[in-house]
Design a protein around this ligand. Structure first.
Ligand code: GLU
Length: 488
């Protein structure tokens, strides 16, 4: 038996920012395609002319490339099943519509908006689920001609069989049954000639030979309509898999309230694409073992639909931060500095046109901070340690450390020796600090902590051995003088 090639697709509507949930759908499809040696198709569902924009499409494509989820067929990539924009496929939909009309499986409906709305309200008042009342289902030729002559706008509705169970075999959810009576004859082509999503998607998935439709759970309720269309057209139904909703930590549907929801926002904050992909994979899928960090290649090996959960996935930003922090630890400091730069500029730490020397220095700052931040923009929160000639106590606890009479001497000696040092590099700083500990016979915390507080105003932060050479002699001393003056 010849196995059908796995062909999956990601089919975004370019109507706004590229949501994290969309990126997860793209990733799951991409992983399946790569694992099976199949094809990953990108299709742009742009029939909503009012809301679709080129800008959003470009944004989605750019984000997919950034995440490493490149497509085998689609816009910019070409392929044998194009065009890959729905607005360029109107002729194709028209051919299918002509066939449905000719076979009596679809019909023109001339009902006005007002009529439909009052029908809807009447059904709702009776506690029923509103569905089309069927007025135009069996119009006579004469009635139809009259409506046409009146110039009435018409939509096209599918004639949905009554009293039928529509069963969806879902790879994630098992069999899900809907009653056809709950659907009613629905619109497949709007009066402006545009196909509705449920209709276009079926024709496209068929024409593009899509074998598996893997998408968000939000679309599960659309699927019976799509199955009814496949059946009306006599087309084979693909496999479906509806992946669970993404909830915020409070278990309500993920929204702006929960923080950043678009891929671009995370990118701007200086998250790394490897980390985002790793995190997204774990939103609804669970690996077999304990491993939490996966490269894309490892995900391709490990991923399977069997381990995609039915229950909702919770978007835990702390987990994302942890994952990103792991990748940041290994990242090139120059990259981290580059990602942080716009944020440091916005915060006024760096000017609009930094010199190469400043950039090199920033990369060293990033190296000192890369174990202490979750995403590049967080460099701003720690940056005051490295910038400026003055420091402030972060709190009274920090101030109390310098008020300890025992620490005045080590701090004074440190300043003296630093002032006298020819070179202020990591080795020199170590020699000075360790020398003081030994000579004054003080425990490390009576030397290192007060010196740290005197320079930074804070009790925690990057290594002193990193901070001092980066600040340099003059600035370190200036900061220490400024803080000692605030002791009183
Ligand atoms: N254009 C639809 C969306 O963005 C695609 C849904 C599907 O994958 O069928 O939600």
């Amino acid at each position: 038996m010849t196995q059908q090639m796995m062909r999956v697709r990601f089919a975004p509507s370019p109507t706004g920012p590229f949501h994290i949930g969309g990126a997860r759908s793209a990733l799951f499809n991409w992983l399946l395609a790569r694992k099976a040696g199949g094809a990953f198709v990108l299709r742009v569902e742009d029939t909503d002319l009012d809301r679709s924009t080129k800008e959003s499409e470009e944004n989605i494509k750019e984000a997919l490339r950034w995440l490493g989820l490149t497509w085998d067929e689609g816009p910019d990539a070409g392929g044998d099943y194009g065009p890959y924009h729905q607005t360029q496929r109107l002729d194709t939909y028209q051919q299918f519509t002509d066939r449905l009309l000719a076979e009596g499986k679809a019909y023109r409906c001339y009902c006005s908006e007002e009529k439909l709305e009052s029908e809807r309200q009447a059904e709702l008042a009776k506690g029923l689920t509103p569905r089309y009342g069927g007025h135009c289902r069996d119009l006579s030729d004469a009635e139809r001609q009259q409506f046409e002559a009146e110039g009435r706008a018409a939509v096209i509705r599918l004639r949905v069989p009554e009293n039928k169970d529509v069963v969806i075999h879902d790879l994630v959810r098992g069999n899900v049954t809907f009653e056809s009576n709950g659907i009613g004859d629905f619109v497949i082509v709007k009066s402006d000639g545009m196909p509705v999503y449920n209709y276009a998607v079926v024709i496209d998935d068929h024409m593009m030979k899509i074998s598996h439709v893997i998408r968000a759970e939000e679309h599960l309720s659309n699927t019976p309509r799509q199955v009814v269309i496949y059946e009306a057209l006599g087309l084979p139904v693909p496999e479906f898999g509806h992946i669970s909703l993404i909830l915020g930590k409070d278990r309500s549907k993920m929204s702006k309230r929960h923080g950043a929801t678009s891929v671009e926002q995370y990118r701007t904050l200086g998250y790394l694409p490897e980390a985002i992909v790793n995190f997204l994979a774990l939103l609804g899928w669970s690996p077999e073992g304990e491993q939490e960090l996966f490269t894309l290649d490892e995900l391709v090996q490990a991923f399977s639909m069997e381990r995609v959960a039915k229950n909702p996935a919770v978007f835990d930003v702390d987990k994302l931060n942890w994952i990103n922090a792991q990748y940041l630890k290994k990242a090139d400091p120059a990259l981290i500095a580059r990602l942080a730069l716009p944020h440091l500029q916005e915060a006024g730490f760096v000017g609009a046109a930094p010199t190469q020397a400043e950039l090199d220095w920033l990369a060293r700052v990033a190296a000192a901070l890369q174990n202490h931040i979750s995403y590049a923009a967080q460099m701003v929160e720690q940056a005051d340690v490295f910038f400026g000639d003055t420091a402030e106590f972060e709190n009274d606890e920090a101030k109390a450390i310098l008020k300890d009479t025992e620490v005045a001497e080590p701090v004074r000696v440190f300043m003296q020796r630093l002032a006298a040092a020819d070179v202020v590099d990591m080795a020199a700083v170590k020699t000075i600090l360790k020398g003081i500990t030994k000579e004054l016979k003080l425990p490390g915390k009576k030397v290192f902590m007060p010196v740290r507080v005197a320079i930074t105003g804070k009790m925690h932060g990057p290594e002193l051995f990193d901070i001092i050479p980066l600040l340099g002699k003059e600035r370190t001393l200036a900061r220490m003088n400024s803080i000692l003056a605030k002791l009183a």
